[in-house]
Design a protein around this ligand. Sequence first.
Ligand code: ADP
Ligand code: ASP
Ligand code: MG
Length: 423
Amino acid sequence: MALVVQKYGGSSVADASCIKRVAQRIVATKKGNDVVVIVSAMGDTTDELLDLAEQVSPLPPARELDMLLTSGERISMALLAMAIANLGHEARSFTGSQAGVITDSTHGKARIIDVTPSRIREAIDQGHIAIVAGFQGVSQDTKDITTLGRGGSDTTAVALAAALEADVCEIYTDVDGVFTADPRIVPAARKIPKISYDEMMEMAACGAKILHLRCVEYARRFNLPIHVRSSFSTKEGTWVVADPYNEGTEMEQPIISGVAHDRSEAKITVVGVPDKVGEAATIFKTLADAEINIDMIVQNVSAAATGRTDISFTLPTADSQTALAALKKIQPQIGFESLLFDDQIGKVSLVGAGMRSHPGVTATFFAALADAGVNIEMISTSEIRISVVVGQDGVDAAVAAAHRAFDLDADQVEAVVYGGTGR
Ligand code: ADP
Ligand code: ASP
Ligand code: MG
């Protein structure tokens, strides 16, 4: 009998009727397969819990925030188990900790370090459907409850699928698969039938929240294919695999696979940094010690007259208060003049393995942005990606312009958004 791991995102379990519909789909899969299900919190519950936390404290203790946020997934797992029981099947719900999801102790963005799913195995062996709360685990050292970062239920699903040696890992969401751009912004986006782990990792890292970055990293490590599809339709979705262009010959490698965007970052500029050896190292060591992930960095040429330079970098907006506080502490030591903060930015990225062998991609991209009247503030590249930072109000226009410039627009609209608020 095959073992199928299915993950249902927040919009797929947004209310009681959604939960009942998903329960039916699970029961149908159970006929002929063993099934393990991972669930996210209902609808926008996680955002609502974050809003609530902010109302009681502007910078809540990370341990307590994790404790609060994991309650969202516990609600949906129990309700889904009840709905399945109501259809006459045995279902058992498990928290991340009960399911054996062991993490490091970094609250808010914990990494899975081991998965010991003996209770899930037991449930399967007894013929039960196991329902696991996504996005959470337990720290090996502190024994505290942790969360894996926003969108982390995808990673729970892949980690459990790998540990249980599942035959399939299906990620059910509110669109029909991975598209060439977010269908909420580009209605002419096309569904990608198969995409490589590498390209999907770049898309996820650049803000395409259809899959959590760690989930793709994990799947690549275990060579586990992921099937991303809609819980609102029965259409075949997108397969994320190692080498999509080699398996069968139906797909030719496109130059550009997709356009991703991200509005969740902010920019900090450290103004007037003395242009001396080691100053940048001190700044970024301070940020690293505060566990802040830096994305793009730009250092201006120092003005000869002052011997000072400006250093700008982008980081998750959620970490910006922590970063600003850490930098203020070292201001006397470094002697920089001031800090500037801008959270009205967005990042637009072109991703495609084919750009390695095609010159002129950057020129076409930048010309498209210029034609759309979008100003570029920062640029960064990797072998298969070009990213720019633009003003937040230019993001939609930039994504649409890039999508069109690389002939990604579909002739007929196929991008359906079935649910969710896009929050
Ligand atoms: P879930 O709650 O099911 O995990 P998410 O909201 O995390 O769903 O992810 C699905 C959403 O990702 C879609 O509704 C869509 O707006 C967004 N998205 C962003 N980029 C893409 C893309 N390239 N292809 C498909 N969806 C995308
Ligand atoms: N509920 C969590 C979030 O909204 C985890 C997830 O949905 O994957 O980020
Ligand atoms: Mg998600």
